[in-house]
Design a protein around this ligand. Structure first.
Ligand code: FAD
Ligand code: DLZ
Ligand code: SF4
Length: 522
């Protein structure tokens, strides 16, 4: 096995650690006056590989991307100390690798871009203090400039409001970036075209799959390593096709813009059997790891709208996801951590069902979404929110277990973006910080937005009995069980009225079917 040993580095005084999701040449810590006196440190470590049991495709994507980034840096003249996972002296954690490099290279200064996750940020801050105290090393931690809203700006925005609604944050971000703006007015007269973006899947849709890349020699070596070291982790590495360099990720974006962006808006919420990607961009993993820059992505999309090649609902819908949702959830994460992760508004206690790891369930919507997650480390937003997330909330799974599953299984998952989406948006475990009501739905919604029900063991039209769609009775059971916490929610008043109009017998049947289903689950 090839080990990257550390050749004597001359005149090195500054260490520049770059973490696995910081693969950008624009990182603030890489903007230095004397690159020849710097050494970039990159380390594959078990601490990061194991803190949740990551999908094997995600591990391949992260390590292969890290290795390609190290090559990119070297080709630009940077000195790079790259520690592979199997290196005999690998200490197993990023903070220890920084300390080891400081001691071995006799480093005087360290410059770091702040890690994306609270967990790593605390460990690095502690290491920074130790290095300054014990080794007289100067440590500078830069704020991550790859986002359009700084944490300080978000704190200021949040400080002025009672409710932290994404829509108002998004409008401010449109004003700030000037995207799709006509002076200080939104192009087209409306801020948000979401109402046009909920078309059910049509019969005659044709899709262009995301651009696929043949693994390089570097990636093939990583695949072998991941298969050897993580044989029991979830997911497949077969036919690995993700981009693992900036050039490839950009080519994937260009292809998506050309072929799929025009219909992205219309079918954003639709789901189809055996069509994991539809018109989605499948670029979240590339933006989050640093291969693509969010503002550049949005400007390319805006340019297509200006050329007249895509409708406004597609361009606006996409840009909203990036400068709205993506920035907003990051703001919430840093505003509310570390306590946020403990939230459990409904006091849920159930363990995550085993079939989230095996896809062995008769519920076709869940089987499809989980199987696809296993094969691709990908599911689109509505699959995550309204199928796997909705079901976990309806049956009362511990939010922390749901969170750890999402963090592990998606190639784009890092806690700063995954946690608010899971715990807040999909589980309502924060009691409504992100959403004004829980995203709970029965089988009708899934049937309207997908063709899953046509291929299901259960009947979506049936409300009770062994062959009824479980989402139908679990939906009412969830609302009834959590009435004490939800009854005052003005968006649920009509729904509770409908429940109250049901006969006692019907309500008892809902309860009986639900209890039977839930006891079979456990
Ligand atoms: P598209 O549908 O093509 O959307 C375009 C881009 O918008 C995405 O690439 C992404 O960068 C951004 N985006 C869209 N929605 C969101 C959102 N709600 N929050 C943040 N960014 C958004 N996204 C992640 O990047 N990482 C996660 O770990 C993650 N976990 C999620 C967990 C749950 C329970 C839910 C409901 C959503 C989660 N999302 C997460 C948001 C969203 O589902 C993914 O960003 C999206 O599915 C990625 O696929 P795509 O690139 O094809 O996105
Ligand atoms: C996700 C990940 C994994 C699996 N492995 C590494 C690693 O070995 N080295 C590294 O620097 N980063 C890795 N990452 C990304 C980090 O987990 C990420 O930087 C933190 O979670 C902060 O967002
Ligand atoms: Fe899912 Fe119910 Fe439809 Fe089956 S019938 S696919 S369980 S929503």
């Amino acid at each position: 096995m090839r080990h990257q040993t550390i050749s004597p580095l001359n005149n090195i005084s500054t260490l520049l650690p770059v973490f696995g999701d910081q693969l950008s040449l624009n990182l603030p810590s890489l903007q230095v006056d004397r690159p020849e006196q710097c050494c970039v440190l990159m380390a594959e470590v078990m601490g990061e590989a194991n803190y949740v049991s990551h999908h094997r495709r995600k591990l391949v994507f992260v390590f292969a991307s890290m290795r390609h980034f190290a090559e990119e840096l070297r080709s630009r003249g940077w000195q790079v100390r790259y520690v592979e996972l199997t290196h005999p002296e690998n200490s197993g954690s990023l903070d220890n690798e920084i300390e080891r490099a400081v001691n071995e290279l006799n480093i005087k200064q360290v410059a770091i871009t702040r890690p994306g996750e609270w967990r790593l940020d605390s460990a690095i801050s502690k290491t920074a203090q130790d290095l300054e105290r014990n080794n007289s090393v100067i440590v500078k931690i830069h704020e991550d400039s790859r986002f359009l809203c700084t944490n300080a700006e978000f704190v200021r925005w949040a400080g002025t409001r009672k409710q932290l609604r994404m829509e108002y944050f998004y409008r401010d971000m449109r004003r700030k970036t000037g995207l799709l703006m006509d002076d200080n007015k939104p192009i087209g007269g409306k801020w948000n075209y979401d109402a046009e973006n909920r078309k059910p899947p049509g019969k005659d849709l044709t899709f262009h799959s995301p651009k696929r890349f043949r693994p390089t020699a570097i990636t093939r070596a990583v695949i072998d390593m991941v298969e050897t070291l993580f044989p029991d982790n979830f997911g497949s590495t077969e036919n690995f096709w993700f981009a693992t360099s900036r050039k490839q990720a950009t080519a994937a974006l260009v292809r998506w813009i050309e072929h799929s962006l025009p219909l992205f808006g219309d079918y954003q919420d639709a789901m189809l059997q055996d069509e994991p990607f539809m018109f989605h961009s499948v670029i979240a993993q590339y933006i989050n790891i640093g291969w693509l820059d969010p503002m550049d992505v949005c400007q390319r999309v805006e340019a297509e709208y200006n050329k007249g090649s895509v409708p406004l609902n597609a361009a606006e819908g996409f840009i909203r996801q990036i400068i709205g949702w993506r920035e907003y959830v990051r703001g919430i994460y840093w505003l509310k951590m570390p306590d946020y992760i403990q939230n459990n508004f409904f006091n849920a206690t159930r363990a995550l069902p085993e079939f989230y790891w095996t896809a062995e369930t008769n519920m076709n919507c869940l089987r499809q979404c989980i199987k696809q997650t296993h094969d691709e480390a990908y599911a689109h937003h509505i699959q995550r929110l309204m199928v796997t997330g909705n079901f976990a909330m309806l049956i009362g799974v511990l939010p922390k277990e749901v969170h750890e599953w999402y963090l592990a299984v998606y190639a784009d998952a890092y806690e700063w973006v995954e946690l608010p989406n899971t715990l807040g948006m999909s589980q309502f475990a924060d009691g409504g910080l992100l959403g004004s009501k829980p995203y709970a739905a029965g089988g009708n919604y899934i049937n309207k937005m997908s063709n899953y029900c046509k291929h299901c063991h259960y009947k979506v039209s049936k409300k009770e009995g062994d062959d009824a769609c479980p989402f139908n009775y679990l939906y009412w059971h969830f609302l009834a069980s959590n009435r004490g916490k939800l009854a005052d929610n003005h968006r649920l008043i009509q729904i509770y009225r409908t429940y109250d109009r049901m006969s006692d017998e019907k309500r008892q049947t809902i309860n009986k079917d639900s209890e039977k289903f839930l006891s079979n689950l456990s």
